[in-house]
Design a protein around this ligand. Structure first.
Ligand SMILES: [Zn+2]
Length: 167
C-alpha cells in the first residue's frame, strides 16, 4: 500500500482541496485565509466545532473573554502549526477586535437607531359638549386630523374622548 503514502493531504485550512507537494501544509495563500477566518470567528462570532477539535481548544472557548479566546487559539496555532502563523493570527484578531470596539459591537449589525424623543404633547382648547377645556391631542388619523383628546374635567378627572371639537 505505498500509494496511500503519496496520497495528497488536505489543505489545513479545511477548504477540502489537496495540497501540492509533500511538505506543504496549506495551498498558497490559504494560511492567510485560515488566519483571517479564525481572527473573525474569534472576535465576532463563534469558533466552529471543526476548529475547536482541530486545534484542541477547550469546549468553553466561545464563552471565554475575547482576550482569553485569542490567547487560547494562538497557543494552539503555535503548537499545531507554526509560531509565525500564530503571530499573524494574534495581529489579525487584535485588528478586528479594535475595529469592533473591543467586541462590543459587531460590524454586521445595523447601526443603532437614535432613540426617538417622545413628541411634545400638543396643547389645545377642546370643546366637549357645552364646555371648553385645556387638553392635549392624544391621536390623529392618517390625514392628521385629531381623533382623540385628553382633558381634565371640572371634577379633576382625566378623560380621553373621541367626540369633541377644537376651539
Ligand atoms: Zn485550503
Amino acid at each position: 500500500m505505498t500509494k496511500t503514502a503519496t496520497a495528497p493531504r488536505a489543505c489545513a485550512d479545511n477548504c477540502g482541496l489537496p495540497v501540492k507537494g509533500r511538505k506543504s501544509t496549506f495551498l498558497q495563500g490559504h494560511d492567510q485565509r485560515l488566519v483571517s477566518t479564525l481572527a473573525t470567528t474569534t472576535t465576532y462570532g463563534e469558533l466552529d466545532a471543526h476548529w475547536i477539535e482541530r486545534l484542541g481548544l477547550s469546549a468553553g472557548v466561545n464563552r471565554a473573554d475575547i482576550q482569553d479566546r485569542i490567547n487560547e487559539v494562538a497557543d494552539s496555532l503555535r503548537r499545531v502549526f507554526t509560531p509565525a502563523l500564530a503571530a499573524k493570527y494574534v495581529s489579525a484578531a487584535h485588528n478586528r477586535w479594535a475595529k469592533a470596539g473591543r467586541g462590543t459591537a459587531a460590524p454586521d449589525e445595523p447601526p443603532a437607531q437614535e432613540p426617538q424623543a417622545p413628541a411634545e404633547p400638543e396643547r389645545v382648547k377642546v370643546k366637549v359638549g357645552r364646555w371648553t377645556y385645556d387638553g392635549v391631542i392624544e391621536a390623529r388619523d392618517e390625514a392628521g386630523t385629531p381623533i382623540a383628546v385628553t382633558y381634565t374635567d371640572g371634577k379633576g378627572n382625566e378623560k380621553t374622548v373621541g367626540k369633541f371639537s377644537l376651539v
